[in-house]
Design a protein around this ligand. Structure first.
Ligand code: OXD
Length: 308
């Protein structure tokens, strides 16, 4: 029995070191070097080449190296019986929440205005230095709920939107297509934390933006493919969106000629909102591997029908 690591564009030396420290006896291969393909029963993957698992006839489990599994789900050659798990880690959650708080507070305290003022040596105190934000979180999974609670603790009005209604204290929740307009009516800032699935791809599009209050702010920390980037530019021109704070993009790295680089109302970071900590991820992956071998229930298993 062996484990296979497939992460062709990622430096995995630290992952190998931690695997070694956790289980010096573990038999594992790093794709594409694997002499005994039929020994492989589980894989750890990050942006694997589509179709590569076809060469491993006995794979039963694929673990994502991160919180998202869209990079695995998009490979339609993966047998529907193969189980897929993801990483859920408190450090990853804190890191994501802190990124969102940082973005929100920058708007709340009008930091971008004061930065511009500084560039022109302007000393101008706003009469109301704090922007009143009514914040909606789309995607109320583990990460979304943590963000909702922390924003609430900071005194913001927080609303949640998800596929099925989530009960989170002091957060008014909306669910399903029929409640989307009611949700958008409440908010002037949208934080996108949705998983990327066949039904959420491109959800942040022009007709969606036109349902929002004029001048709304959008923060996307989930996946670039949730947002139609050209539509965001139009929505800014039309005044539905006043500013965007983005960590993820359709194409990463963001191409040099992309309009977002120079746009005065779009702030970007290079997909760093929350990065998987291999020290937390490896023990989870090895624990699930052992569970698989012992035929025990797996942890952080995703629902293949829901795609998350
Ligand atoms: C993840 C990511 O899914 O890094 O963990 O985006």
């Amino acid at each position: 029995m062996a484990l296979l690591i497939v992460a062709p564009n990622r430096d995995i030396s630290i992952w190998k070191k931690i695997i070694q420290e956790n289980d010096p006896e573990l038999e594992y291969y790093v794709w594409p070097d694997c002499e005994r393909k039929s020994e492989v029963v589980a894989a750890v993957a990050w942006n694997h080449p589509i179709g590569c698992f076809q060469d491993y006839p006995n794979i039963e489990l694929i673990s994502s190296m991160g919180a998202g599994v869209d990079h695995i789900m998009k490979d339609t050659t993966i047998d529907p019986e193969i189980k897929i798990t993801r990483i859920v880690d408190s450090v990853l959650t804190i890191s994501m929440t802190n990124y969102v708080l940082m973005a929100v507070l920058n708007y709340h305290k009008q930091f971008f205005k004061y930065q511009k003022d500084k560039d022109s040596k302007v000393w101008h105190q706003q009469v109301n230095p704090e922007i009143d934000l009514s914040i909606g979180i789309m995607g109320m999974g583990v990460l979304g709920q943590d963000v909702a609670l922390k924003l609430n603790d900071l005194g913001f009005k927080v609303f949640g939107y998800s596929n099925t209604k989530k009960i989170v204290s002091r957060v008014k929740s909306f669910a399903g297509q029929s409640e989307i307009q009611a949700f958008l009516n409440e908010i002037n800032m949208l934080i996108c934390m949705l998983p990327l699935t066949s039904s959420t791809r491109g959800i942040l599009n022009l007709s969606f933006f036109r349902k929002m209050q004029k001048g709304s702010i959008i923060i996307n920390v989930a996946r670039g493919a949730l947002l139609i980037e050209e539509d965001l530019l139009i929505a800014i021109e039309e005044g539905y969106i006043s500013s965007a704070f983005l960590d993820v993009f359709q194409t990463e790295p963001l191409p040099k000629d992309h309009a977002f680089w120079k746009h005065p109302d779009i702030f970007i970071t290079p997909h760093i909102a929350s990065v998987t900590n291999p020290y937390a991820a490896v023990p989870q992956i090895l624990n699930n591997y052992k569970r698989l071998l012992n035929k025990e229930p797996l942890q952080n298993l995703i629902d293949r029908n829901k795609e998350y």
